[in-house]
Design a protein around this ligand. Structure first.
Ligand code: GLN
Length: 557
């Protein structure tokens, strides 16, 4: 539509976790629905080259893209809201910027110059933003989110780079959007605008005057408060947008639309476009808010207290729930607790079980035990990555009688390594970016739950693993009733396994959660929830598997 892309820079103030990623995604969605081509990019100020080597406790989920890059979880929000596959260029870290500049220096590209943060690092940051203009469908607008909070030492070079761009491009081509917090102080019974004022002051000190403020608050802010913020921060009142807490993140774009955020952007950039048609989005949100039924899905994993580690899985359940008119209540069960208390005591009330991906041995025995429980009790099951590997171990042990079956990931000296290291991983020594990563095709057998879900024989899904189904055990497992319903095109890698004598038991080596979208749930999550709804309807409480001592699940977690 346009010759040159416009830029929207999103910064955050006061505290972290204000939802900058969701704000940037929501604005992207509104602009996309106005007919513009949108490109979102996230700048992360840490020195890691990518989050792939970080512990989920530090960073939350690693979101893997089709091209195999391991990225920040905000990229997940971008893909879910804007529904456009991203590439490695959409997530840039300080680590990447510095590696580029330092290798250039070693090559002699800067001969004679002292290499400095300004201009060398800032120029590289600006290059990374500008190169997005030439990518893919040539975006009309680049929404660049700067990670961290204004005032952090490590995000300063990014802020300086976007300040320079604001100056060079002018307000007709670059705008600044600042996300802040307006806290409610209970003892005073009032909202306080001072933290927002301070945060804007801090931004101005480094030369950035925001055009729009997105004010996060627990409840709606009054016009009077917005006027006050406007006065102190030199932002027009209609550009002081309120982002109150909402029951579902998918409501955020609707809140922004109501307040005309996209109108403000279009006006500033001189775009004359139709107003966005949000009908499908509104209907999706209304279905999330008014479910016809509630079902319970158990999730058994290592980081159950850290929901960010399972972000895409949680969202996939929301999407699949909408499709099935069900609210999916997630029952988080620590895999270690299963080992101690027994699966029947913790899982008796669930309508389905999901075992997510993971690394390391901790909790694996609990996962295997919970899989045995749902397999024997005909409770729907979805296993993802490590979840599939555990399902194979469980089957080998309890159905094929290989009591010491395990994964080579955890023990090297195994009699029955039913999960083994992939051949091309054997000589890998570096940890970063060396797993089997990204999109790979998979061929599905027609007579299977997987085919029922996808409705096609060749699919593509994203991967992140080092270990695989050991082909030496194929025959034995298949003879004992395990179905290998999805394999790589050369037949060598097992991608999907199912249990035939079970209503819905599907395990996959890839990560379907990375490709679920709010208005287009992932087929496997959709069918898993459908099976769980059927299970729920067929089993009144009395018909659920018995337990010796029924525990209140809400207390157990
Ligand atoms: N740890 C397992 C592997 O590397 C599974 C990885 C995962 O669940 N993402 O193969």
């Amino acid at each position: 539509m346009l010759d040159k892309a416009k830029y929207i820079f999103v910064t955050g103030g006061v505290v972290s976790s204000l939802g900058k990623g969701i704000s940037a995604s929501s604005l992207g969605l509104l602009l996309k629905k106005r007919g513009l081509k949108v490109c979102n990019v996230k700048f992360d100020p840490y020195l890691n080259v990518d989050p792939g080597t970080m512990n989920p406790f530090q960073h939350g989920e690693v979101f893997v893209l089709d091209d195999g890059s391991e990225t920040d979880l905000d990229l997940g929000h971008y893909e879910r809201f804007i529904d456009k596959p991203l590439t490695k260029e959409n997530n840039v870290t300080t680590g990447q910027i510095y590696s580029t500049v330092i290798s250039r220096e070693r090559r002699g590209d800067y001969l004679g110059a002292t290499v400095q943060v300004i201009p060398h690092i800032t120029n590289e940051i600006k290059n990374r933003i500008k190169q997005l203009e030439r990518l893919g469908d040539k975006p009309d607008v680049i929404i660049a989110e700067i990670g961290g909070t204004v005032g952090d030492i490590e995000s300063l070079p990014f802020l300086e780079a976007i300040r320079q761009m604001g100056q060079e491009e002018g307000p007709g081509a670059a705008m600044f959007l600042h996300v802040t917090l307006v806290p409610y102080i209970n003892t005073a019974g009032e909202f306080k605008t001072k933290p927002t004022q301070h945060s804007v002051k801090e931004l101005r000190e480094i030369g950035i005057q925001p055009h729009v403020l997105l004010c996060r608050s627990a409840k709606d802010l009054s016009d009077e408060l917005r006027q006050k913020i406007s006065l102190f921060c030199s932002v027009p009142t209609d550009a002081v947008i309120n982002a109150p807490d909402v029951p579902t993140i998918y409501e955020v774009p609707l809140k922004f639309r109501e307040q005309g955020l996209d109108d403000i952007v279009c006006k500033q950039f001189g775009w004359e476009t139709e107003k966005p048609d949000m009908a499908d989005w509104e209907s999706m949100v209304s279905r999330i808010r008014n479910p016809k039924r509630q079902i319970k899905i158990g999730i058994c994993g290592k980081y159950v207290h850290l929901r960010d580690a399972y972000k895409s899985i949680i969202e996939s359940f929301v999407h699949a729930g909408v499709h099935n008119d069900a609210e999916v209540k997630l029952i988080w069960v620590s895999s270690e607790e299963i080992k101690q208390s027994g699966a029947d005591k913790l899982l008796y009330d669930i309508d389905g079980l999901l075992i997510p991906g993971g690394f390391g041995e901790r909790g694996v025995e609990g996962k295997i035990e919970s899989i045995r429980y749902v397999r024997e009790n005909n409770i729907p099951f979805l296993g993802i990555c490590l979840g599939m590997q555990c399902a194979v171990i469980e089957y080998a042990r309890n159905v094929c009688g290989l009591s010491d079956a395990h994964s080579y990931e955890f023990y090297r000296d195994l009699k029955h390594p039913v999960i083994h290291l992939m051949a091309d991983q054997k000589n890998v020594t570096d940890m970063g970016g060396t797993m089997r990563l990204g999109a790979y095709p998979c061929i599905i057998e027609e007579n299977s739950r997987a085919f029922e879900a996808y409705g096609e024989k060749e699919i593509s899904e994203r991967h992140r693993h080092r270990y695989e189904f050991n082909n030496s055990y194929r025959e034995m497992l298949v003879e004992n009733g395990l179905k290998l319903t999805g394999v790589s095109p050369d037949g060598r890698l097992v991608e999907i396994v199912e249990v035939s004598e079970h209503p819905w038991f599907v395990s996959v080596q890839f990560h379907p959660e990375l490709k679920s979208r709010p208005t287009r749930p992932h087929p496997l999550f959709r069918d898993f929830i459908k099976a769980a709804v059927t299970y729920h309807e067929d089993h009144s409480d009395s018909a659920k598997p018995e337990t010796s001592e029924q525990t209140d699940l809400s207390q157990a977690h």
